[in-house]
Ligand binder design. Sequence first.
Ligand SMILES: Nc1nc2c(ncn2[C@@H]2O[C@H](COP(=O)(O)OP(=O)(O)O)[C@@H](O)[C@H]2O)c(=O)[nH]1
Ligand SMILES: [Mg+2]
Ligand SMILES: [Zn+2]
Length: 346
Amino acid sequence: MVRVHRDINRYDRRKNQTVKIMIHVHRDMRSTNRRRGAAPEMSGAAHPDHQQMKGKIIRGIAGFYYVLAEDARVYECKAKGIFRKDRQKPLVGDEVCLEVIDAAEQTANVTRLLPRKNELIRPAVANVDQAMVLFALKDPDPESAILDRFLVMMEKAGIPVLICFNKKDLVDSEAAVRWKEIYEACGYEVHLLSADREDGTEAVRQKLKGKTTVVAGPSGSGKSTLTNGMQSIVRMETGEISRKLKRGKNTTRHAELIPIGTDTFFCDTPGFTSLDLPEMEASELQQYFPEFAPYEPSCRFTGCAHIHEPDCGVKAALEEGKIPKERYDNYCRFYAALKEQEKRRY
Ligand SMILES: Nc1nc2c(ncn2[C@@H]2O[C@H](COP(=O)(O)OP(=O)(O)O)[C@@H](O)[C@H]2O)c(=O)[nH]1
Ligand SMILES: [Mg+2]
Ligand SMILES: [Zn+2]
């Protein structure tokens, strides 16, 4: 027995009209021995066109939205009227309702945006569960300023971050462990791995399951290698998806979701290394270094910037080795850059 979708008519009292709703029915395998994605065409009774479904926008190009629907197919969609109705522009990552126009052509209209959990500006993507930042331990060497800038961005956006250091086969284990300890001391979860050897990747895979994860990291750090390794396990499930997506070239560097399993998505972050600090007051920055928080109550001055002030709890913790020096130095650097921006503004 297999499960297929089927439309049934039901009277909607609020709308005062008959609407089609979709149900799942179990059918005998012998009558549904074609490809799984074609299920709606086999349900017999209802016409597959005009079918209502839920889905997730995984790509947007030139006014078209590509929606991975609950039947595991990708529909090319226009957003009809929802700009006006909801005053909202659909984003990659949005959960939507869609109405099929042509089942064979896999075209549909997005008819409704479901409420957003959150929304990132760069990359422009909605409903992000977490971020994963991937650095190589060597080739190229990690740059803590770039990593810390990314962490500040994610702290400001309220998105939890998983830190991965790749290519651990290229360095001795002390060097790898040192990076791990620095960021664990700041409260982050850190994984050491070798993506091309699939060493340490299983733990990462478990953390990604069922979530939408923004993936960031400098070029050459191993993002593609890691993504491909994850996808090979689930290629069966996502095979249907690719056909629609191959159409239309993504010339502008828009955000895009890569399905890597059931309800599991990666979002690539283009132009990662050129990310500036997010706009903020210099005084705000300290909130985004979570390792400072326990020591701030010991500062003599409220509003202490932890730089030149006397009797500073954060600087005391730094001297005792409780706050990593690399992090503190980047804090000072970022603080100075933000101050400089403020001066130019006023
Ligand atoms: N030694 C080593 N090389 C790796 C590892 N993972 C990826 N690479 C290599 O690093 C290079 C860059 O990887 P790629 O996945 O293209 O990086 P991306 O630019 O972040 O997508 C490729 O030549 C990979 O084969 C690893 O764990 N160890
Ligand atoms: Mg790549
Ligand atoms: Zn202080």
